[in-house]
Design a protein around this ligand. Structure first.
Ligand SMILES: Nc1ncnc2c1ncn2[C@@H]1O[C@H](COP(=O)(O)OP(=O)(O)OP(=O)(O)O)[C@@H](O)[C@H]1O
Ligand SMILES: [Mg+2]
Length: 261
């Protein structure tokens, strides 16, 4: 039997606001096996970012994990201390490219200094040759190292964010809407890049409202609606023989996929 890479078991996350609480993630089970890639699709506000934030411990008040566990390679990572999680898991085993990350590069530092900072916080030396190789892998020239974020295009910034996610050689990269802010041509380039990483054996978890985009890349898709995974199956099953009415609606509303049904 293939070992579980990532297992999300009975996970619930709520936001406790002053007059109500929102169950943003509601009793979710997801299993990612070694080498598999996964897509999560669903409309805005269904809980996609909350789900991956919970995996990466990025839920802060008023949000709270109210139930469930997350296991990585058999270890319950929801039980780790923040210190352990940060030193052993974040960037080293799982990297998250969060939604809007391309706009989060620090405007006052060059790309090189931002990359140096990540190595430093993990007690690792900055290896220029290694960084240049990673930049090449994402289709960037080393001259970007001396640039400030405002000197780069949106597509270049997104590649840098992906390069940063790759620095410490994680097994899993979670990409939350990695192409949303980009034009169609650059979108296609970023998906090609993620495909290349997948072929190198990195598991990709791709989050998007765009089912057509997701289906190009991943082995399995979970359709999310109002905090729940309402259908989970192999990509071709989801696209060509969806069982759930909402999944069917989602496919019919995606022009590139609508003809498939
Ligand atoms: N920090 C927060 N405080 C309060 N409510 C929040 C917070 N973050 C998310 N929510 C709520 O939780 C629900 C899920 O939000 P989430 O951002 O996870 O959705 P999403 O599927 O990623 O949406 P999108 O496709 O727009 O990125 C929404 O109802 C949202 O309003
Ligand atoms: Mg989101």
């Amino acid at each position: 039997m293939l070992k579980n890479k990532l297992l999300i078991s009975g996970l619930s996350v709520s936001y406790f606001l002053h007059n109500k609480s929102i169950n943003a993630v509601d009793n979710i089970f997801i299993e990612l096996k070694k080498g598999e890639s996964l897509g999560i699709a669903g409309e805005s506000g269904c809980g996609k970012s909350t789900l991956v934030s919970a995996v990466m411990r990025n839920i802060t008040p008023p949000g709270k994990i109210t139930a469930g566990s997350i296991f990585l390679d058999g270890e319950e990572i929801t039980k780790l201390s923040d210190k352990d999680f940060d030193s052993r898991i974040r960037w080293k085993k799982i990297s998250l490219i969060f939604q809007g990350a391309l706009n989060s590069l620090d405007p006052v530092y060059t790309i090189k200094n931002q990359i140096k900072d990540i190595f430093e916080t993990h007690g690792q030396p900055y290896d220029n040759q290694n960084v240049i190789t990673i930049l090449e892998n994402v289709g960037l020239e080393q001259s970007v190292l001396d640039k400030y974020p405002h000197e780069l295009s949106g597509g270049m910034k997104q590649r840098i964010v992906i390069a940063i996610a790759l620095l410490l050689e994680p097994d899993i990269i979670i990409a939350d809407e990695p192409t949303t802010a980009l034009d169609v041509l650059v979108q296609a380039q970023i998906i090609k890049l993620l495909k290349k990483l997948k072929e190198k054996g990195i598991s990709i978890i791709l989050i998007s409202h765009d089912l057509a985009l997701i289906s190009e890349l991943v082995d399995k898709i979970g359709i999310m609606y109002a905090g729940k995974i309402i259908e989970f199956n192999l990509t071709k099953e989801i696209i060509f023989s969806p069982k759930n009415e909402y999944t069917k609606k989602l496919i019919l509303s995606t022009p590139q996929l609508g003809q498939a049904l």
